[in-house]
Design a protein around this ligand. Structure first.
Ligand code: IPM
Ligand code: MG
Length: 386
């Protein structure tokens, strides 16, 4: 018994040291990269698993179309990175193989298709999710997820903390013995401050009047309590913006309350609550397949589809019918992030026309609907006609 406790203390000690090192890293961090000052912006394109390569390729075609002049001028370069597949990750027994990580670090921004997340019982080793690893390795602390349903008055932007909370040690829990298991949740001052600031800065820049903090600070007092307190501190720097705080349970309910939900504008929340609430929110817009997701850090940024890799579609030969909407929305966020706001707006407008109002082509996931190549062509034709 004692030896189990001693081993656990030692393991916990190492985890604390790692987290303290992460805090030091955050303290020494500079400001956000300024893309307008770069001679060349490298966009990495990572297909991922399952339907990933098929849909990512179409999003890349659209980006190349919109950025044609910039590519010709040498300002934008695309870099396709293969190898972030579950087979390679299993072989290397790593969430991101070293050579792939090295390539990723040569890019400024990354467009990423879905990657398979192994879980216990799968044929794969139970390695960490590639998304989670990339967010940590590249310190992509702000997961920004917009959800808009104009006809229902929904216009939300979620700022999900992306590098700590329940996720940071999600694959480093402790099986003390056959009877007891522990997981750890970590909240830091620096980690909370930077996500809170990102949310308030976004609100300020976009004329939003309210930032809503979501925690479970009444029960998870230490970490969620800290998250909430730091958000309150940051809010003092933005007197023109109202901050309100909610608990995650009632917030999940309020998102379906049609009268109340239209009042929310910007949300800031710890990692796991953000994971859950953004799936619920995306459902009002037509499901996770319609939503893009930006993972933003000070040096790197990654933009991804938020749905899974749909291996069954590939097994059944239907990858070419997979809907690329989510990765195209992510591509639009990428454009806007690196300073091509006009191009991003055009793409969003074309997406709204093609998927909401005009709908000349419909994707059904099968040969009863359009292929993703046809859909991408439809988007580009629509952009030309704007
Ligand atoms: C997301 C996904 C990931 C997460 C999974 C695939 C690890 O659900 O991006 O929301 O939990 O963050
Ligand atoms: Mg999720």
């Amino acid at each position: 018994m004692n030896s189990q406790i001693e081993a656990a203390k030692e393991k916990f000690g190492k985890l604390i040291e790692e987290q303290m090192a992460r805090v030091e890293m955050m303290k020494s961090q500079g400001d956000f990269i300024d893309y307008s000052k770069l001679d060349e912006i490298v966009i990495g394109v990572v297909g991922g698993d399952g339907i990933g390569p098929a849909i990512t390729k179409q999003a890349q075609r659209i980006l190349e179309f919109l950025l044609k002049d910039e590519v010709e001028k040498g300002k934008i370069k695309f870099k396709v990175i293969d190898g972030l597949t579950i087979e390679n990750r299993a072989k290397a027994n790593k969430a991101i193989p070293d050579d792939v990580l090295e390539e990723l670090k040569k890019c400024h921004v990354i467009l990423k298709g879905p990657t398979t997340t192994p879980r216990a019982g799968d044929p794969w080793p139970n390695i960490e999710s590639a998304n989670v690893a990339m967010r940590k390795e590249l310190d992509l602390f702000a997961n920004v997820r917009p959800v808009r349903v104009p006809e229902k008055g929904i216009d939300w932007t979620f700022f999900r903390e992306n590098t700590e909370g329940a996720y940071v040690l999600g694959s480093k829990g402790l099986h003390l013995n056959d009877d007891i298991a522990f997981d750890f949740k970590v909240i830091t001052t620096q980690g909370t401050e930077r996500i809170a600031r990102a949310a308030f800065e976004y609100a300020k820049a976009n004329g939003k009047k309210r930032v809503t903090v979501v925690t479970k600070a009444n029960v998870v007092k230490t970490t969620d309590g800290k998250f909430l307190n730091i958000c309150k501190e940051v809010a003092k720097d933005y007197p023109e913006i109202e901050m309100d705080d909610w608990y995650i349970d009632i917030m999940t309910a309020k998102l379906v309350d049609e009268k109340r939900r239209t009042q929310f504008q910007v949300f800031v929340l710890p990692n796991l609550y953000g994971d859950i609430l953004t799936d619920e929110a995306a459902e009002f817009q037509g499901g996770v397949g319609t939503a893009g997701s930006a993972n933003i850090g000070k040096k790197y940024a990654m933009f991804e589809a938020i749905h899974g890799s749909a291996p069954r579609m590939v097994e059944e030969g239907r990858a070419k019918y997979a809907d690329p909407s989510s990765i195209i929305r992510a591509a639009s966020m990428l454009l806007s992030h690196i300073g091509y706001k006009e191009e991003a707006e055009k793409l969003d407008k074309a997406m709204d026309i093609c998927t909401r109002t005009e709908k000349k082509l419909v994707m059904t996931g099968r040969d009863t609907g359009a292929t993703n190549e046809e859909f991408a062509n439809y988007i580009m034709d629509t952009i030309k006609s704007l």
